[in-house]
Write a protein that binds this ligand. Structure first.
Ligand SMILES: NC(=O)c1ccc[n+]([C@@H]2O[C@H](COP(=O)([O-])OP(=O)(O)OC[C@H]3O[C@@H](n4cnc5c(N)ncnc54)[C@H](O)[C@@H]3O)[C@@H](O)[C@H]2O)c1
Ligand SMILES: [Zn+2]
Ligand SMILES: [Zn+2]
Length: 369
């Protein structure tokens, strides 16, 4: 059945989103339609909103959300209406060799940007009939449509607001340390950029038994939150020399540096603070087309250092979302302290303004139920 909803549509970068009447198609075979409960506000969407990432439009943003399955398409076998789900933004096919191998980030046939797997949209402007693009799972839509493999069923006693955060920032930040870096007890971890993603790298480091755990940010408020979530040391990047300050704590450099901000200067610092044998994990996404320069002999070769990328914390959401929920429900993962701002859908622009200032944990949009 076709539905109509009011959703914020980004038409021009650096301008407010337009609340638009949007028609939502019924899910196609292999897809599910989800009534959204909550959506976190991620800097990846802010990159599209402020134009730092070149993004086709008109588009509905949102990459981090939870909700309840409203209807399922033909052939869907793992979900029924009423199931509680966290949405994965990978939009992977679920059936290729990489997906079956638990590496959905390496999917051979993921949805093309702005569309579902069959390269078409489920959102249409109700007045003009123009197609509206999906920013991955488009979790700012009160109703969204995703492939079956992108809606991960969760236990019903998990609060859906906290669950939404697992859809991007928690899984990405946590997994960067536990999966991509693979930090072990007593190894040192520095996290550069302690926002929604980086704060969860701090938590991943804490749960892994890492020490010291060094939080680095330009905002004192972010550093305060980092300490609450497990950082043992802090460095203010606005006032201190980040590499020198890190080497005061770890004179031979750190085992792992996590670049959790889309800033090239911060990325160079991450490389320069590594010990011999150390690994830098790239999470942040600098503006489209930006590059960094470094001396490969001094920085990589002689110290056998590594620089690796981590998409979605190198996770398999079907395994990791339920695991993170268990950690939360058993007091091992703090999701409550991450939530610092609550917004109605109409206030999504305001949520971006707050996020852009830094130091604010995670804002959450909640939908009318
Ligand atoms: N790899 C992935 O799969 C993945 C997933 C989600 C987000 N991201 C990217 O990760 C980045 C962070 O996302 P977020 O939602 O946590 O953002 P955020 O805005 O919540 O956090 C960024 C933090 O960095 C701090 N900061 C800004 N400039 C800094 C500097 N020069 N040095 C140190 N700290 C600085 C800010 O104060 C803020 O606390 C973004 O680029 C986003 O696109 C990547
Ligand atoms: Zn995100
Ligand atoms: Zn696949």
């Amino acid at each position: 059945m076709l539905l109509t909803m009011d959703a914020p549509v980004l038409v021009t970068a650096n301008e407010k989103m337009q609340m638009t009447q949007v028609k939502v198609d019924a899910p196609h075979p292999g897809e599910v339609r989800v009534k959204m409960f909550a959506s976190g506000v991620c800097h990846s969407c802010l990159h599209a909103y402020d134009g730092s990432h070149a993004t086709p439009m008109p588009i509905i943003l949102g990459d981090e959300g939870s909700g309840v399955v409203e209807s399922v398409g033909e052939g869907v076998t793992t979900l029924v209406p009423g199931d509680h789900v966290i949405i994965s933004w990978l939009m992977n096919c679920g059936t290729c060799q990489a997906c079956r191998n638990g590496k959905p980030a390496h999917c051979w046939a993921p949805s093309p940007f702005g569309a579902l797997l069959d390269n078409t949209q489920r959102f249409h402007n109700a007045k003009t009939n123009e197609n509206i693009l999906h920013y991955g799972p488009a979790t700012y839509a009160p109703y969204t449509v995703v492939p079956e493999s992108s809606a991960i069923k969760i236990r019903k006693d998990m609060p859906l607001d906290k669950a939404a955060l697992i859809g991007c920032s928690v899984t990405t930040g946590f997994g960067a340390v536990t999966n991509a870096a693979g930090a072990r007890p007593g190894e040192s971890v520095a996290v550069v950029g302690c926002g929604g993603v980086g704060l969860n790298s701090i938590q991943g480091a804490r749960v892994s038994g890492a020490f010291p755990i060094i939080a680095i940010d330009t905002s004192e408020a972010a550093l305060k939150m980092a300490v609450k979530l497990g950082a043992t040391h802090t460095i203010n990047a606005a006032t201190e020399d980040v590499v020198a300050a890190t080497k005061k704590i770890c004179p031979r450099g750190v085992n792992y540096s996590i670049a959790a901000v889309g800033n090239t200067k911060a990325m160079i610092s991450c490389l320069e603070m590594l010990s011999a044998g150390g690994t830098m994990v790239v999470l942040g996404a600098p503006p489209s087309g930006t590059t960094i320069e470094f001396d490969p002999t001094a920085r990589i070769l002689t110290g056998e250092r590594r620089m690796i990328g981590s998409k979605y914390g190198s996770s398999n959401p079907h395994v990791e979302f339920p695991m993170l929920i268990e950690l939360y429900l058993n007091g091992k993962l703090d999701l409550d302290s991450l939530l610092t701002g609550s917004y109605r859908l109409e206030e999504a622009d305001k949520a971006f303004e707050v996020l852009a200032k830094g130091g604010h944990g995670r804002g959450l949009i909640t939908f009318e139920q």
